[in-house]
Ligand binder design. Structure first.
Ligand code: F6R
Length: 619
């Protein structure tokens, strides 16, 4: 969950190590923003500055008390797990002897035992964190042989839980050593300097050359070298790759917030996700589907595992994949999956959907699935992420970096990718002919333009949101693929505007939720196309039912739907999509804009809602 940056550079001490680390932290702040801290190492020894709250607080501290020039630095932006978000609990943590400093992401589960050992030696922690215990233990290890890499290997082998642990040593300023287990870490490869980061955003402004690290590996970076070993200290290999994210993609690009920028990037996210996946003749080609075709033909069930917004993308996918492929699709919240003893075997295809590729709940679910003999296909946005690495095949969404905590363009790209998967399976298994698949692809290809058409009307949505800033509760109703969209609309509003919001299947209304309807309660209704008369008529009835009970009704409806226009107080029009299954790609957009604007009207931080972090790397 936390963000980590490391830098080691030329022999001449300078401000560059600190500058690079602060720039990296600014890009990683979405991973956590309870506190931030840095440690620099140089001729003046090991110096630490850290502060509770946002990175600005640390910057103000550094402006008042500058750190000396250095040759290496590490930095951390925190999302608190053990110990509250205070100055003392902020990372880096210094060892009892002042020799090493560490930053950490994850949870060290056996820290009470390690702390008890330290207590026997009279070493008492000053913070409430598990990380500080690791700092003291590392100092004891490095004192044995003055070899930070070997010390880290010994320590990492003793740790239980998940961790990325990064350390600097006062006695060895030109090296940084880091270990990872179940927690992300990538290396940035420079010339005469090298970098570490929780993800490539940490150093994308400095270098495009990067290296993935495997599970249970330790890396040492110096200005000239990168050495990778396993926890036993044996030589191991990282996997080099090129970062294809544009550095500008990680900054706001003229929008008020990253979220607004990312909502506007949805058309591009869809076209990028489709790019390169059709032949010149317009047929589907998914080179990344590295699962044996015979296995894919034999599967009798698909289980989508994901959390939050990604799970709603899975719910949308269920409608399409079942319809196109005639395979039963279950959608399971990843954190529930392995605890209920699910029926999974070699005939099950597990599809993990994750923007970050680091969500621990989803990672644990796929590990469980693979242990049961299932093949796992990941639909992931972040290259080199753990879920991508641990799956049998990966279909990247290519939405570009998503910085705002609330997921927007990634959701739309996830739906697009699941549709590609559904069409691929339908063709492979003989449920659809090549030309039928090509027709769907052509329709998908039109979606970027259709999303742009919705964005053209964003001012109307924003005006409505501002007028509703005092609402205390909002309901969202949908049917068929509109149902997951309703749930997603509610989630966006909860997480950004801290308003009670619920998404219901419209048909469920009469079974209970209708009791919630009262005068002026805002109710959004995602209306299906009138070209599905039966479905449409049902939702129009629901719209009338809530309106008759005094609700303020807002419909998201297809252009030309006269009935929706007649029964709703406000209508946001979306262009006609064929088939109906494509509707979520446009109907969700007004809901994203609405939540963003309402949160702004209430004066909240849209990009960093309270209590949340972008990448949830703890269970
Ligand atoms: C909501 C949101 C979260 C994530 C969820 C899964 O806006 O962003 O619900 O969708 O935490 O995250 P990923 O997709 O990174 O696995």
């Amino acid at each position: 969950m936390c963000g980590i940056v490391g830098y080691v550079g030329p022999a001449q001490p300078s401000t560059r190590p600190l500058d690079v680390v602060l720039e990296g932290l600014a890009r990683l702040e979405y991973r956590g923003y309870d506190s931030a801290g840095v440690a620099v190492v140089g001729p003046a020894g090991l110096q630490i500055a850290k502060k509770a709250g946002r990175l600005e607080n640390l910057r103000s501290l550094l402006a008042e008390n500058p750190l000396p020039d250095a040759v290496s630095a590490i930095g951390h932006t925190r999302w608190a797990t053990h110990g509250g978000p205070t100055d003392i609990n902020a990372h880096p943590h210094r060892s009892f002897d002042g020799r090493v400093a560490v930053v950490h992401n994850g949870i060290i589960e056996n820290y009470p035992q390690l702390a008890a050992e330290l207590a026997e030696r009279g070493i008492a922690p000053v913070s409430q964190t598990d990380t500080e215990i690791a700092a003291h233990q590392l100092a004891l290890e490095v004192a044995k042989d003055n070899d930070l890499l070997a010390a880290m290997c010994r320590l990492a082998s003793r740790l239980e839980g998940s961790f990325t642990l990064v350390a600097v040593d006062r006695e060895s300023p030109f090296e940084i050593v880091a270990a990872r287990r179940n927690s992300p870490l990538v290396v940035g490869l420079g010339e005469g300097e090298n970098f570490l980061g929780s993800d490539v955003a940490a150093f994308v402004g400095q270098t495009r050359h990067a290296m993935e690290l495997g599970q249970d590996q330790v890396v040492r970076i110096t200005p000239e070298r990168v050495d990778v070993v396993n926890f036993a200290g044996e030589a191991a290999q990282g996997k080099p790759f090129e970062v294809d994210w544009d550095v500008n993609a990680a900054v706001k690009g003229g929008y008020d917030t990253f979220m607004d920028k990312e909502i506007h990037e949805a058309p591009h996210a869809v076209s990028e996700t489709l790019r390169g996946r059709t032949t010149p003749e317009g047929n589907l080609k998914l080179d990344e589907m590295r699962i044996d075709e015979a296995i894919l033909r034999s599967i009798d069930k698909i289980i989508v595992v994901a959390c939050g917004t990604a799970a709603y993308a899975g719910h949308v996918a269920k409608y399409a994949i079942e319809h196109w492929c005639r395979i039963p699709v279950e959608v399971e919240l990843a954190h529930e999956f392995r605890y209920r003893d699910p029926v999974v075997n070699e005939k099950t295809l597990v599809v993990a959907i994750s923007q970050s590729g680091e969500t621990m709940d989803t990672l644990m679910a796929i590990r469980h699935a693979r242990e049961q003999g299932s093949k796992v296909l990941a639909i992931v946005n972040t290259h080199g992420s753990t879920i991508a690495r641990e799956s049998d095949a990966v279909l990247y969404t290519h939405a570009g970096p998503e910085v705002a905590v609330a997921s927007t363009k990634a959701f739309i790209a996830q739906i697009t990718a699941t549709y590609l998967l559904g069409l691929y399976l339908a063709e492979l298994r003989g449920n659809k002919y090549v030309d039928e698949v090509a027709t769907y692809l052509e329709e998908l290809g039109k979606m970027p333009h259709r999303i742009e058409q919705v964005l053209d009307h964003e001012d109307e949505v924003r005006a409505l949101a501002r007028s509703m800033k005092d609402a205390t509760s909002v309901l969202f109703l949908g049917r068929h693929v509109g149902y997951p969209v309703a749930m997603e609309g509610a989630l966006k509003l909860k997480e950004l505007a801290y308003i009670h919001a619920e998404g219901f299947a419209a048909g469920e209304l009469k079974h209970g939720p209708i009791a919630l309807i009262e005068e002026n309660l805002p109710v959004f209704v995602i209306v299906p196309t009138p070209r599905r008369p039966l479905l449409h008529a049902k939702v129009i009835s629901n719209l009338q039912e809530v309106r008759a009970r005094g609700a303020r009704t807002i419909a998201i409806a297809e252009e030309g739907d006269t009935e929706a226009g007649g029964y709703a107080d406000t209508v946001f029009w979306v262009p006609r999509t064929t088939p109906t299954l494509m509707m979520p790609l446009v109907t969700v957009v007004p809901l994203q804009i609405f939540a963003s604007e309402l949160a702004k009207a209430k004066g909240y931080d849209v990009d960093k809602p309270r209590n949340l972090a972008k990448s949830v790397t703890v269970e």
